[in-house]
Design a protein around this ligand. Structure first.
Ligand SMILES: NC(=O)c1ccc[n+]([C@@H]2O[C@H](COP(=O)([O-])OP(=O)(O)OC[C@H]3O[C@@H](n4cnc5c(N)ncnc54)[C@H](O)[C@@H]3O)[C@@H](O)[C@H]2O)c1
Ligand SMILES: [Zn+2]
Length: 363
């Protein structure tokens, strides 16, 4: 188990990563000085897998756990569900110092984090992320949000956790598609920041796919640190945080044009390849480095072409509605080589269209 301290947006907190970390939740809450009631927000799937273990460890630690269990799914990220949770917090007499534990994937983390940010203007939040995506991405950076009126993450706040406890052994239970969804963000982070990590992924991809615990611990820790470092550097207003959007300009367009039938990670994988193709066309990345990216995504069972059922014009329309468009020019994060990327604000629309048409698989 690794324990690191992370500075993120001005807050310092502990990040505990490793197999068996669920067992230290009570100990960590004690270390932070909490006692009495602990609220655990989770979903039914995660409750069925790990609810008892977390409840028992809190009881053993002398806490009074209150579990609030929601159905699984993105629809729960709503003001309505938040209102239900506020009601439950009223009922149990939660106080400003009552810790709220978000036990689950990114949906639970964003929703519970939003409730923690707003109830009594801020309850202490502990993230216990259980999907790969939540472990490497959504539990870091302090963004919390719900969806409203058909828009995603449009009602939200920044609320840093007091601790993040990441048990990599829970990833064994994840369905294959959810696991690969998170792997896209792992590969993205290595590609934009860390050549040695990318090389490690290339050489250990079989053990990654077999979910070898030692390898998982290493890749989760490395990816989480990259995100924390980028977010922290952005505090100094370098605009650097945007490089985390590598693959997301096209990715968001694909996700929304597919009516979310492609997962976020699948769409981002296609988006990374498209950004790589644009960079190659502009002479920014060498063909072998671009091939390394595409090959690793393939080996991680991620798609690298736009599926035939998707209309390229619909993808382009969705992209131009997205906030990454300024005055008809598209802002892209383009890879320069494995381990390095930069933000390019001026990618011509016709080059984007040409690239998408070329990466469209016609059945
Ligand atoms: N706040 C941020 O910075 C940020 C960043 C990226 C994504 N997000 C948000 O994250 C959400 C997506 O998160 P997600 O991909 O984790 O989805 P999710 O939370 O819906 O989890 C996916 C599914 O996996 C199940 N699950 C969770 N842990 C499991 C385990 N260990 N074993 C088996 N099943 C398990 C869940 O019950 C759910 O059915 C989106 O709402 C997105 O907007 C937020
Ligand atoms: Zn993403």
């Amino acid at each position: 188990m690794r324990t690191t301290h992370v500075w993120c947006s001005g807050s310092l907190y502990r990040m505990t990563i490793g197999a068996g970390a669920l067992g230290v939740v009570a100990k960590e809450l004690m270390r932070l000085g909490f006692s009495g009631t602990v609220v655990v927000i989770t979903d039914q799937t995660v409750d069925g897998l790990f609810g008892n273990q977390v409840r028992q460890s809190l009881l053993d630690g002398g806490f009074s756990p209150v579990l609030m269990v929601l159905p699984a799914g993105e629809e729960q990220k709503s003001l309505e569900t938040s209102a239900q949770l506020y009601g439950r917090l009223n009922e149990i007499g939660a106080e400003r110092s009552t810790p709220l534990v978000a036990l689950g994937g990114g949906v639970v983390g964003d929703l519970a984090g939003f409730v923690a940010a707003t109830y009594f203007r801020g309850l202490p939040l502990v993230h216990v992320p259980t999907t790969l995506l939540a472990q490497v991405d959504s539990s870091i950076g302090g963004k919390v949000a719900v969806n409203h009126g058909g828009l995603k993450n449009n009602i939200g706040a920044f609320h840093q956790p007091v601790s993040v406890i990441t048990d990599t052994s829970v990833l064994r239970h994840l369905p294959e598609r959810e696991f690969c969804n998170g792997l896209a963000e792992v590969i993205k982070s290595a590609m934009i920041r860390d050549e040695a990590f990318f090389h490690y992924l290339e050489s250990e991809i079989c053990r990654v796919m077999a979910r070898d615990e030692n390898v998982l611990e290493k890749i989760v820790a490395a990816t989480a640190s990259i995100k924390a470092a980028v977010v922290e550097e952005d505090e100094k207003d370098t605009g650097l945080r945007n490089i985390l959007n590598f693959g997301h300009t096209v990715g968001h367009g694909i996700e929304s044009a597919s009516a979310f039938s492609l997962s976020h990670g699948e769409a981002v994988a296609i988006g990374m390849v498209a950004a790589g193709q644009i960079a190659r066309h502009l002479g920014m990345i060498s063909p072998p480095d671009f091939e390394r990216l595409r090959a690793l995504l393939r080996r991680a069972q991620l798609p690298v072409f736009i599926p035939s059922c998707l209309d390229v014009d619909a993808v382009l329309r969705a992209m131009t509605r997205d906030k990454k468009v300024a005055k008809g020019r598209l802002r892209f994060v383009l890879p320069l080589k494995v381990g390095e990327a930069h933000i390019h604000c001026d990618v011509p629309m016709n080059l984007v269209k040409e690239t998408l048409v070329r990466s469209h698989v016609v059945a």
